[in-house]
Structures are given as C-alpha cells and as structure tokens.
Write a protein that binds this ligand. Structure first.
Ligand code: ZN
Ligand code: ZN
Length: 259
C-alpha cells in the first residue's frame, strides 16, 4: 500500500524542526508525489506562525527552490478558537492557501472569555468527574461541528478528538455533510482504531497524514496503513492512496499553483 502525498507537515515557521528544502528532500526520498506544508495558525503561543504573512513568504521560497518534480503546496493548520467554529486565520490568508486544515490545540487564544471557559477551561476539568467530561465532550463537539459548517474552505479536520474528546459520530456526520476529510494522524497515532472504525461506519472520507515535525517523519504513514488493513477500510474512501491522484482531485480549492 503506497500513498500519493502527505498533506500535514510543519516547518520552522511554526514548531517544525525542518526548513522547506529539508522537507522536499525527505518527501522525495520517501517517493511521495506531492506534499503540503501546513504550519500552525498564529493564535497559539510558541507553536504558531509569527504572523500570517509567513505563509506567503513560504510560497515564494518554495517557488524559487528546486522541487525536482515534487508538487509542493502551502497550507495551514488553523486553530479552532470557540464554539462558533471561528479560526485564527482571516479570509484573505485562507484565500491564498492551497489547502486548509483545522484542529483543536491546547493554549489556543479563545475568541472570547466565554469560549475560553466553555472550551479550554472545561476541557482541563474533564478528568475531575464524569459530568465534567460529558460537558467537555458536548462543547468540544459543538466547536468542531461549528468549524466544519462555518468554514466552507475547510479540507481536513486534523486528529479529531486529540486533546479534546468529541462525539465521533456527530463530527463524522458533519464531515460528510460539508465534504471535510477525517484525518488519520500518524504522528500522534490518532484517532484510535475504535474511533476510526466508527467514522468509517458512518461513511467519512479519510486522509492519512504524518503531521511531521522532523525530516525523518515526513511521509511516515504506517499507522494509517495499519488502520486501513486491519479495519478493512475501502481504499476508495482514502483520498491520498496512490492511484487516486492528488490534491487537485479532492482539495476544495484544487488550485494548482506550483509544478
Ligand atoms: Zn495539530
Ligand atoms: Zn499538525
């Protein structure tokens, strides 16, 4: 089982330990046909990009570098900031990206105090009791579903449920409605097989990504391969398996800017 591309990779611009040249070399070594470099949105301290202009600058650097046949896209992994699904990237930045990922991350600056309490504080209380956990799951699910509905450009929901437990069924149904891909994240080995099985039963489409922060892990997609084989997932439901074409086949923008 081979993969065509890896669409979730971090560079020096956020918390990755690799520049675009190292990423390109690593992807070529792995035999990938295309990749997306998707640094964290700006409103999460330490791991986020310093400002949104970094995405444009990365695009310019990639354009002037030797890609030797590898197709390289510029994307972002935006942070979901509140129960209304607001992201930490403005419309103009999103319009300039080739691929948009969104996910929930600890320490994200919330869109309001109320969202901070209901989302991030509630989530940190989830270990205290079953009631607190239930409330966290309801709120986290609401935020993910809202992000899916509020952002028509969204291509991929990253590591669904990681750090922020969700109702997988509800999120999976929203992904189907709005044609958002349910990510199998190999770096975090998340979601677990039982959640992947549930999302598969409901009928999502998957993308298998590395979430690589180091050259060694670019294109490391073994966890997804194991999940597909073990759970008997129909290859037609995994958009980035070899033979399915690349981002231009399934990306919302399908805007090929770099060859
Ligand atoms: Zn993430
Ligand atoms: Zn990531």
């Amino acid at each position: 089982m081979k993969f065509y591309g890896d669409y979730h990779i971090h560079s020096h611009n956020s918390d990755g330990r690799q520049n675009h040249r190292e990423i390109i070399e690593a992807a070529r070594r792995k035999g990938l046909r295309e990749i997306a470099i998707t640094d964290h949105g700006p409103l999460v301290p330490v791991i986020g990009v310093k400002n949104a202009a970094r995405y444009d600058r990365l695009g310019e650097k990639i354009e002037s570098s030797d890609r030797q046949g590898l197709r390289v896209y510029v994307g972002a992994e935006a942070n979901i900031r509140g129960l209304d699904g607001k992201l930490d990237l403005d419309r103009k930045t999103i319009d300039n990206l080739d691929v948009l990922i969104a996910g929930m991350h600890p320490y994200t600056i919330p869109s309001s105090l109320k969202d901070g309490a209901r989302l991030f504080l509630q989530n940190s209380l989830r270990h205290l009791s079953r009631g607190q956990r239930r409330r966290a799951v309801i709120n986290n699910t609401e935020a993910c579903v809202a992000a899916i509905y509020a952002n028509p450009e969204l291509d991929i929901l990253s590591h669904p449920g990681l750090f922020f437990a969700i109702d997988v069924g509800e999120v999976a149904r929203a992904c189907i409605q709005k044609e958002v891909l349910f990510e199998i994240n190999c770096g975090h080995e998340y979601p677990g097989f039982s959640d992947i099985m549930e999302a598969n039963r409901i009928g999502v489409k998957f993308v298998v990504n590395s979430d690589a922060h180091f050259p060694d892990t670019v294109g490391e997609l073994d966890y997804g391969k194991r999940a597909i084989e073990k759970l008997g997932i129909d290859p037609e439901r995994v958009v980035n398996l070899d033979g399915r074409g690349g981002l231009s086949e399934w990306g919302k923008k399908a805007r090929v800017c770099i060859y």
